[in-house]
Design a protein around this ligand. Structure first.
Ligand code: LLP
Length: 412
C-alpha cells in the first residue's frame, strides 16, 4: 500500500498534486512519500515482534540522506556495502551497533573505517577477506565481529542478475568452506564470530526459497554449536519482492510468521536487510512528455526521463507501471515510452497500452523508490534528477537537481 493515489481525477503524492510538484521542482523528478516509507518500515519491522530482531534497511535501495534519517528515526539499522554507504549511514545518525557490512570486495581502508565506527559486524564473503579483517583489526587494537555469508545454493526464482545464493554466484561461501572459515576465525586473535549471514536474492515473490535457505542455515548453526561456537545473530538478508505489475509477493507478516515458526526457540537475534520492500513503492519518477512520434512501425512517446535516471527497464527488462498524472479518459494506444539517450536500449516501457498523451503532459513511473535514483548516472551528460520527499502537505528537497556546473565540477 502506498500514498500515490488519484483524488478528483488527479494523481496525488499524499496531500499534494503531482502535477504541481512537477511544475515547481521540474522533471525528471523523484517523489518519495514519507508516510509510505514509515508504513512499509513499520509493516516489516512489526512482522518480527515475536522474535528478537533487528531490521537493517539495505542502503543501496535508496540511499538519500533524508530517507535514511527518516528510517533511522524509526529505529532502523542499516545494511551497507561500501565506505560510501557507511558514511551516509553515520551522517544520517544510524546507531553503528545496528550496522552490518556485506559485499565481496571490502578494501582495507573501508574495513578500517568500519572498525573505527565500531559497527555491529562484517558479513565476510571469502577466506582472504577474513584474513584481511583480522590483520586490520589487530593492527588497530580492535576486535572485529564477523559472520560468514553462506551461499546455500538455493534458487530464489528471480532475475538472474539479482540471484545471489546459487553455487555459480560470486557471493558468500559454500557450507564446507564456511565451516573452515569459522574454524579459522576462532584462531584469529582480533576476530570474534558472532553471526551467520545469507542473502539469496532480490524480488522474491514466495517465501519457500527463504525457508529452504533457513533450513540449511539452521543445521549449519547446529554444527557451529557442536564446535563450541555460539552464534548470536542469524542474518537472512533482504529480498522480499514487491508488486510492480501483477506479482503477489507475501506480506511481511506472512514472511515473519513463517520465520517465527522455525526460530522461536533459538537464543539468537534475527537480522533482516530489506531494501526494495521498504522503498520501492514509496517512490515515483515523474517525467514530462517532450514529443510523440509515429513511425511506420511504432508509436513513440519521448519523455524527459531516461535510462540514466531509471535503468531497471533497460538493464533487467523490468516492468514499471506508467500512468498519466491527470488521466483524461482518452483512447489507449500501443506505445514505447523512450528517453532522449542515444541508445535503442533507452526505454521506460515497450509495447505498452497507454492513453494517448501529448507533448507537455506529465507521466508517473511507479515503483521507482528502490534502485531508481541510486542506480542513476550522468550518461549523455544529463544532470541527475531532483529528489523530493512529501510528508502530508510538506515537501523537503532531499537532493537538489544537478546543474551543468555540477557535471564538470570535478574535471579539468
Ligand atoms: N542485503 C544484501 C547483502 C543485498 O545484496 C541486497 C540487495 C539486499 C540486502 C536488499 O535486497 P532487497 O530487499 O532490496 O531485495 N538493482 C536490482 C536489485 C539488486 C539487489 C542487490 N542486493 C534491481 O533494481 O532490481
Amino acid at each position: 500500500m502506498h500514498f500515490f493515489t488519484l483524488k478528483d481525477g488527479e494523481l496525488h503524492a499524499e496531500d499534494l498534486k503531482v502535477a504541481d510538484l512537477a511544475k515547481e521542482y521540474g522533471t525528471p523528478l523523484y517523489v518519495y512519500s514519507a508516510a509510505t516509507l514509515r508504513r512499509h518500515f513499520k509493516a516489516y519491522d512489526s512482522a518480527f515482534t515475536s522474535l528478537r530482531h533487528m531490521t537493517c534497511y539495505s542502503v543501496k535501495a535508496n540511499s538519500n540522506l533524508s530517507v535514511l534519517k527518516l528510517l533511522a528515526e524509526m529505529g532502523a539499522g542499516m545494511d551497507i556495502v561500501s565506505g560510501g554507504e557507511l558514511h551516509r549511514a553515520l551522517a544520517a545518525g544510524v546507531d553503528p551497533q545496528k550496522i552490518v557490512y556485506s559485499g565481496v570486495g571490502k578494501r582495507t581502508a573501508e574495513i578500517r573505517e568500519a572498525l573505527e565506527a565500531n559497527i555491529l559486524m562484517f558479513n565476510v564473503e571469502s577466506q582472504q577477506e577474513l584474513e584481511r579483517i583480522g590483520s586490520v583489526a589487530q593492527e588497530m587494537g580492535k576486535t572485529a565481529r564477523i559472520s560468514v555469508r553462506i551461499n546455500p545454493d538455493v534458487d530464489p526464482k528471480t532475475h538472474p542478475y539479482i540471484s545471489t545464493g546459487m553455487k555459480k554466484n560470486k557471493f558468500g561461501l559454500d557450507l564446507e568452506t564456511s565451516l573452515a572459515t569459522y574454524r579459522r576465525a576462532k584462531e584469529l586473535p582480533a576476530v570474534e564470530a558472532v553471526g551467520i549471514d545469507c542473502h539469496i536474492g532480490s524480488q522474491l515473490t514466495t517465501v519457500e526459497p527463504f525457508l529452504e535457505a533457513l533450513e540449511k542455515i539452521l543445521s549449519f548453526y547446529q554444527q557451529l554449536c557442536d564446535m563450541g561456537l555460539c552464534i548470536e545473530y542469524i542474518d537472512l538478508g533482504g529480498g522480499l519482492g514487491i508488486t510492480y505489475d501483477e506479482e503477489e509477493p507475501p506480506h511481511p507478516a506472512e514472511f515473519g510468521e513463517a520465520l517465527a515458526k522455525r526460530l522461536a526457540d533459538l537464543p539468537i537475534t534475527l537480522i533482516l536487510e530489506p531494501g526494495r520492500s521498504i522503498a520501492g513503492n514509496a517512490g515515483i519518477l515523474v517525467t514530462e512528455v517532450v514529443y510523440t512520434k509515429q513511425t511506420p512501425s511504432k508509436h513513440f512517446v519521448i519523455v524527459d526521463a531516461a535510462m540514466n535516471d531509471l535503468v531497471r527497464p533497460s538493464l533487467y527488462g523490468s516492468f514499471h507501471r506508467i500512468a498519466e498524472v491527470a488521466p483524461a479518459g482518452r483512447p489507449e494506444e500501443d506505445v514505447d515510452v523512450v528517453g532522449p539517450i542515444c541508445e535503442s536500449g533507452d526505454f521506460l516501457a515497450r509495447d505498452r497500452q497507454l492513453p494517448r498523451v501529448e507533448s507537455g503532459e506529465f507521466l508517473a513511473c511507479f515503483s521507482a523508490g528502490a534502485y531508481g535514483f541510486t542506480m542513476s548516472s550522468n550518461y549523455n551528460s544529463r544532470p541527475r534528477a531532483c529528489e523530493i520527499i512529501v510528508d502530508g502537505e510538506n515537501v523537503t528537497v532531499a537532493r537538489r537537481r544537478e546543474t551543468y556546473d555540477d557535471l564538470t565540477a570535478l574535471e579539468r
